[in-house]
Design a protein around this ligand. Sequence first.
Ligand code: SF4
Ligand code: SF4
Length: 450
Amino acid sequence: MKFSKYHLSTDELSEVDMPNKRIIFSTRTATSILIEENIYQFAINNEFDKVDNEIYKTLVEKEFIVNTEEDEYQYIMSKNAEVRDTVNFLAMTIQPSANCQLGCHYCGQTHTKDYAKEDVIDKYLERIEFLLNGKDIYNGLAITWYGGEPLTGYSSIKKASKRMIALCKEKGFTYISDMITNGLSLKPKLFEELVKECGITDYQITIDGTAESHDTRRITKAGDPTFDIIMKNIADVTQTATYKDYGCNISIRVNIDKTNYQYVEPLIDYIKEMNLQDKVSMYFATIVDFGGNDAGKESLTKDFFAQKEIEWLFRCYEHNIRVNILPKRSYSVCMVEQKDSEVWDAFGNIYACWEFPYSETYGKGDSLIGNLFESKETYNMNATLRDWSTVVDSGTTWCKSCLHLPVCGGGCPKSWHEGTPACPPFKSNFKDKLLLDYYIRQKKEEIAKN
Ligand code: SF4
Ligand code: SF4
């Protein structure tokens, strides 16, 4: 047996009053363990006979210790492929409208007033039936609504959802759905319909800091502010009985660069002031270039973002706002690695990545798989990004030799494709995150005991 290379570790923890201890994290199983320093030293030197039997068993079970002969990289890649082949939900992304009310500077889409008409919806359904019938393993359908702003195509969402839900019912399949929306039209009445008639229970809404910052960036095409409207919608929607009864969640995404990072902490405080802390979750993202649109020119350095992220996560913890601290094991980096998963736009165009539709750079050419109105034989099954596993294998990105690969999967293939390393902040701040996660778990245990 040998100690797995796919592990991360904090430093020895004397500085935080935990002498002779450290936290280790297996990226193979996304498990963190507090361990005595001497045992860690024995383990990394493969001196397992000096390790207590119970601890040894745990280390094997959580894959900190693995077979000596195992080629760990090959094992991870083949395990990923095996798990991908057994996914029982067909996951699709539909962008039913090419329109959006907002004019955010970092968006790479060209908006028009087009939306998916009846004949396009027919094609969505035909393709879903074809794919669901293609594998015995499927027993569910998962639809993500994305845009443009998907709610500008609400009539298409309603018609398509009704038919997809009916199809799942007929087959005895589970239907689940989520939406990425700017939140501007998400009034309680519409929300109730989306949940009850369209089965959409999870929402991601972007708020770029407090009004002072958000209203300089996420403005309407006419230049009007949107912060107060969106926040009121979130407050109203989360107060409905439907939000609770149907187990809904709104996740607030904050897009951050040099021009607005100062407004993130006040936004976290504002969410607490609005009493939304137990109703929404939050996460923080960097702004990157979109097909050469230079949106990332004001990006924070990775290290600075990673340092600030720890402060924001801690602030969320203090306010009881849900956040994810540690990553989970990732068997596919995103939809590009699920061959059956496709993105469809309002015209029936098919892509592998949800950043491609309505984009000057990616709308046509090699990024296009095909069009739902054309025969399947014309589809380009090797469209841009579909070969992600081969890219990783070729070593042209840093991922093949990276210890984070089992939890990261390579970040965002599109980013690498554009020449930007896609490493998430965890690569820079994992030591702090391991400690923060441990601290929060300890606090929760203390509260549970009292
Ligand atoms: S390649 Fe990147 S942008 Fe495209 S779907 Fe995957 S994670 Fe999203
Ligand atoms: S994107 Fe970065 S952190 Fe993720 S696997 Fe690749 S090199 Fe590692």
